[in-house]
Design a protein around this ligand. Structure first.
Ligand code: OOG
Ligand code: NI
Length: 469
């Protein structure tokens, strides 16, 4: 029997094919890639002459940055989400986290599909923020039904893709030829279609209810709406964007600039106004009315350390409190106020670790060994600190691999405008989402904790120390 291609390889083939497709569809994305590569090279160069903190993060972290992307799609029905989970599973991507965007005025809830184990993340941490439309939040009953009927009839996956998914289920994987076919077929689902599937009047009715509804309901599939490269210096990238003919949104989402970056900082450029064609009277695709649709945009991100539950709670509190001082501010003034608001959030790795605010992973320093195990503290945390102090063990922050709901809402809003309700009532819809998905979403905090624990146990074992002292 022919050998199966690894899910990691399929993910990399797919993300690279998607990047090529998006570059053709949205040329500004190609410009953004060049700009980010430029800034990353400069940052690495400066860093190599400075404290070498980045290069120090280990070869694999640097190697993945060149190919690292996240994208986003918006699905219309539970069945679509269910099949999408099967598609991403073939790329070694699992649903992590639940994001309810209703309180922020978006009639969707979401998860992020991404690889979860260390090795897969190091190879290619491709992620897709995947939203599901919540039709029940449309108030107008007739409109709600119209949307449901339209979505019911569409098929966003090709027949060949469905066959290949069944093959994975029955045979456990795909051979090279099938993997190639899989990438081609899966890409079809993410492709942009300039032909709307509904007439102009229907489109405008959905658009009026919420622009997001028009975007999800009126097209043949869930076009990829952005693909985001990772920059090592988001402030420098944001600043350089206008010189490259790109206009960024006014504020960077997420935490302020810090010496020790935490979580995720993001900025985007406005969605393009693209020509679309409505079907003609007789239902044909030719000669219909012309219109425009804004859906697809560009985004950049900078990633820092994953925070523990405790650290995240403090981040959420400070961010909420900062609203008062950042309100109405833009650009540098907004960032200055935000930095001020985060003043008390520790900004050195040692304190972040000792206070249990960020996740770290541990590694035995090259050639190091324990000379006097008896003299080490017995209690685990104290023992770890002693080993770090003695230079036997090194601690490195674990990169945040997920998303931030408040930032995501900001990204949605900057591209969809502020029409529609400012917020929908928060209801506990996680169970509905998981029922549609056909799986529970993984807990991001548990994943970071396991990663940290695993690295610590490996260190202690390597040093010949018991892990449960
Ligand atoms: C998704 C917006 C969220 C992010 O990076 O936070 C997102 C969307 O607009 O569909 O991609
Ligand atoms: Ni994004």
């Amino acid at each position: 029997m022919a050998r199966h291609v690894s899910f990691d390889d399929i993910r990399t083939r797919f993300s690279s094919a998607m990047s090529d497709m998006y570059r053709t569809e949205v040329p500004q994305y190609g410009t953004l890639l060049k700009l980010v590569a430029d800034i990353n090279a400069q940052t690495l160069y400066q860093d190599a002459r400075g404290d070498a903190a980045l290069a120090d993060r280990g070869g694999s972290e640097m190697a993945r940055i060149e190919i690292e992307r996240h994208g986003a799609i918006r699905l219309g029905t539970p069945a679509e989400l269910h099949t999408m989970r099967r598609v991403f599973a073939v790329m070694g991507m699992s649903p992590v986290g639940y994001y309810d965007l209703a309180p922020a005025g978006m009639p969707v809830h979401a998860t992020a599909f991404r690889p979860v184990d260390d090795e897969a993340l190091a190879r290619n941490p491709f992620r897709v923020f995947t939203s599901l439309l919540r039709l029940e939040l449309i108030e107008d009953e007739a409109l709600r039904e119209r949307a449901a009927n339209i979505l019911e009839r569409r098929q966003i996956f090709t027949d060949r893709l469905m066959t290949l998914l069944d093959r994975v289920d029955s045979e456990g994987g795909l051979n090279d030829e099938d993997a190639t076919a899989f990438v081609i077929e899966a890409l079809e689902t993410f492709r942009w279609h300039s032909h709307a599937t509904v007439d102009a009047e229907t489109y405008h009715a959905f658009h009026q209810a919420h622009r997001l509804i028009a975007d999800v309901v009126c097209f043949r599939g869930p076009h990829i709406n952005h693909l985001t490269p990772r920059t090592l210096d988001i402030d420098a990238t944001q600043q350089a964007m206008p010189d490259w003919g790109i206009t960024p949104k006014a504020t960077i989402e997420g935490p302020p600039r810090r010496r020790c970056p935490i979580l995720l900082r993001q900025t985007s450029f406005k969605a393009l106004e693209e020509p679309i064609l409505f079907p003609s009277e007789n239902g044909g695709e030719r000669g219909g009315e012309r219109g425009t649709h804004t859906a697809r945009f560009g985004e950049i991100e900078q990633r820092g350390a994953a925070l523990t539950r405790r650290g995240r709670k403090r981040y959420d509190e400070l961010l909420a409190a900062s609203r008062e001082v950042t309100h109405g501010l833009e650009g540098e003034a907004q960032q200055r106020a935000l930095r001020e608001a985060f003043h008390d959030f520790p900004d050195d790795e040692t304190t972040l670790r000792r206070e249990g605010l960020a996740w770290f992973e541990y590694q035995v320093t090259d050639g190091a060994s324990v000379t006097n195990a008896e003299a080490l503290p017995r209690e685990r945390d104290a023992r770890l600190e002693a080993l770090i102090e003695q230079g036997v063990v090194r601690a490195r922050p674990i990169t945040y691999e997920d998303f931030l709901p408040v930032s995501a809402a900001g990204i949605f809003r900057s591209n969809l405008g502020d029409n529609g309700p400012q917020h929908y009532a928060a209801t506990d819809s996680r169970a509905d989402f998981e029922a549609a998905l056909g799986a529970t979403v993984e807990d991001e905090f548990a994943l970071y904790e396991q990663r940290s624990e695993r690295s610590l146990s490996a260190c202690l074992a390597q040093l010949g120390l018991a892990s449960d002292a």
